[in-house]
Design a binder for this molecule. Structure first.
Ligand code: GLY
Length: 365
């Protein structure tokens, strides 16, 4: 089974292939997409250990990156561009990101800055990178002060989403990806893309098959998410407005990831905590109805998610939020729900966020 979606931004058009092709076909597709180009393939260590023998890449064209968000740093970025220079990549050449979001983000950033920008191809191997970070051209590295604080908007040449990688993805990482999938259900009406069945209902009805990784359901689910994402990115590539809705749950999530030095929570886990928090807050402050609040909570709980039980210093979280890219004029941006499928942006002063976090503590388990 194979689905092709198209991204058409102001800067680039490219296609996303979602398939369950076998790895020899994927290998062939990567070779065709990079034909005539010298390549630097940035591959996650886990993916290298599990899948290297499925591809005909030579050792010389590989850069193996250890796993974990803490690897998305400037030291590894310098190593990648150094390696590109050592093997003689020119402006006509290409980088390939073969791994999860960390590999995709850092490779995209390296490709966008090496010789002022060369091609790169995304081959995401985790659910989270398949449904979100490999598409839309956000590239980044982290500083210890803030996540994704250095980066560019730079679209890939192509994206190959192959769901066979999910077979070996561990449960925690799979659920982490589902956190981002659920996010799309809560923002669906903002995205400007309509299907016969809303993602919210699809995820409610399909929960069992999704948790069992049933291939056709997983392909449909990824296709839903990427159609929503493509619609948003096509309208607002550089996050002037609409694209901000993709950050639902992310203001608290980024602060949680930063305060724990990117070691304690996966990105998707942090996003789930951020969503629980903001849905609860929005209900308490009468932005959403009781029934939408309950249905939203039930969807999160259906997938086994629970609110955060650990409490961090509100002052420290606010200090981190103030450094977030989305903060401006001394205010912190939150995307809040106004129904179970629609969100809006609000800006709060640090003092208001303090009260918000104090409120939120009552909603932890
Ligand atoms: N992950 C959010 C975005 O791509 O805008």
């Amino acid at each position: 089974m194979k689905q092709i979606l198209n991204i058409k931004t102001q800067t680039k058009e490219y296609s996303i292939e979602i398939s369950d092709n076998n790895f020899s076909k994927l290998n062939q597709e990567i070779n065709e997409a990079t034909k005539g180009q010298k390549r630097l393939i940035v591959i996650s260590k886990k993916v290298y250990d599990l899948y290297y023998n499925k591809f005909d890449f030579s050792e010389d064209e590989l850069f193996i990156l250890k796993d974990g968000e803490k690897e998305k740093n400037y030291k590894n970025y310098i190593k990648i561009v150094n390696r590109a220079a050592e093997i003689g990549l020119t402006r006509k050449d290409v980088m390939v990101a073969l791994g999860g979001g960390v590999v995709g983000d850092i490779t995209g950033f390296a490709a966008s800055t090496y010789m002022r920008g060369i091609d790169y191809i995304q081959v995401p191997t985790t659910l989270l990178s398949m449904v979100d970070s490999s598409v839309g051209g956000k590239t980044a590295i982290d500083l210890k002060e803030a996540k994704n604080i250095i980066g560019t908007f730079y679209q890939p040449k192509a994206v190959f989403v192959n769901i066979n990688f999910l077979k070996t993805l561990d449960k925690r990482q799979f659920l982490s990806g589902l956190g981002e999938v659920l996010k799309y259900a809560f923002i669906e009406e903002n995205c400007g893309y309509k299907t016969a069945l809303y993602l919210f209902e699809f995820l409610t009805l399909g929960c069992e098959k999704i948790l069992q990784k049933e291939p056709i359901t997983i392909i449909r689910m990824i296709e839903y998410c990427l159609n929503l994402k493509a619609s948003v990115v096509n309208q607002d590539e550089k996050e002037g407005g609409l694209r901000k809705v993709l950050n639902f749950g992310h203001t608290l999530a980024h602060a949680l990831e930063t305060i724990t030095k990117y070691k304690k929570y996966t990105h998707g886990e942090a996003v789930v905590y951020g969503m629980f928090f903001i849905i609860n807050w929005a209900y308490k402050h009468e932005y959403i109805s009781y029934s939408d609040y309950r249905l939203s909570m039930e969807l999160l709980e259906k997938y086994g998610f629970k609110p955060l039980s650990k409490i961090y210093s509100n002052e420290k979280l606010i200090e981190i939020m103030k450094k977030d890219k989305k903060a401006s004029d001394g205010k912190i941006t939150f995307i809040i729900p106004v129904s179970k499928k629609r969100v809006k942006e609000i800006k709060l002063t640090p003092q208001e966020v303090y009260y918000m976090l104090e409120d939120g503590e009552r909603f932890t388990s």
